[in-house]
Design a protein around this ligand. Sequence first.
Ligand SMILES: Cc1ncc(C[n+]2csc(CCOP(=O)(O)OP(=O)(O)O)c2C)c(N)n1
Length: 327
Amino acid sequence: MSNYPKPDAATLLEIYKKAALIKQNDERVIKQMMAGKLVMPYYSPRGQEIIPSALSVSLTDDDYICTIYRGIHDMLAKGFPLDALWAELAGRVTGTCKGKGGPMHLTCPEKGMMVTTGIVGSSMPIATGLGWAAKLDGKNRVSVANFGDGAANIGAFHESMNMAAVWKLPVIFLCQNNLYAEHTSIAYSRVVEKISERAAGYGMPGVTVNGNDPDEMYGAAKVAIDRARAGEGPTLIEAMTFRFNGHLLGESGGYMDKDLYADAQTKDPMPILRARLVTEGIASEETLKAIEADIDARIDAALTAAMDAPFPDLAELKRDVFAEEIA
Ligand SMILES: Cc1ncc(C[n+]2csc(CCOP(=O)(O)OP(=O)(O)O)c2C)c(N)n1
């Protein structure tokens, strides 16, 4: 990784701001759910904050991302408006899908967030199609497909990578390898050591990085994004990480290897990055506290506004589902 570009001080602080927003937002969602004030399926991205944060600092609103049910971190990093996000979580009309998308279908095309999908592996063909659209419209945008290690075993992964490579599409295939697909350890589901090795079969670069390390993740993402913008085609990035909660909130994660889990806790990327910012003189303790307090205040405001907004009424049920409503 030594030849990768490294984030400068300002970029590193930007990465921390995004990651802190993801972490604090996750904590608040869980608190609301535990208090019975928010009722929904929730797939916590805790532990995976750095990956989308270090990626998104090199993306613009015009770039596309597609993600999965766990992708609230991808959405927040790319700038999903907080008020609309909380309204969508709470099923209120002020959400980006008028409360009809809910937590598993977060979408905000104005910011390039095209889809969150619960169908494992389906973010890849959609992002590939968006990559094709990006190539046709010539606006130099890139399209990112986020997915997990489990999704890398779905046929759509291979079809999408092949098509993107053949047509040299500006797509980044970003596998967030958190070592478990639902309850299945990665040890049971692939023979090659690294998922990134599969890129060779499609003639595209494939790289495995420590997704919890902002330097490695930023560098790999920047190289892939620059390559895509230059018309050189797709890249597969396998970002190694760990999810700190069960697959679905409320599930204990008892199938996780206990030593692995304990080790991952000692490598929590959030306190590590926070301490680094202070040690390297990038931000003082006071500055970081102010940033975190500001995030909490923004979440407070978004939460209050969401809870005060109405639910969509029944007449909305079928609107926006079909281009033309079928009687
Ligand atoms: C096509 C399909 N098959 C199975 C499922 C059930 N399912 C939901 S999540 C999941 C695990 C996916 O794991 P991974 O892709 O590693 O993502 P992670 O949840 O770890 O972020 C499975 C099998 C599904 N939603 N869609």
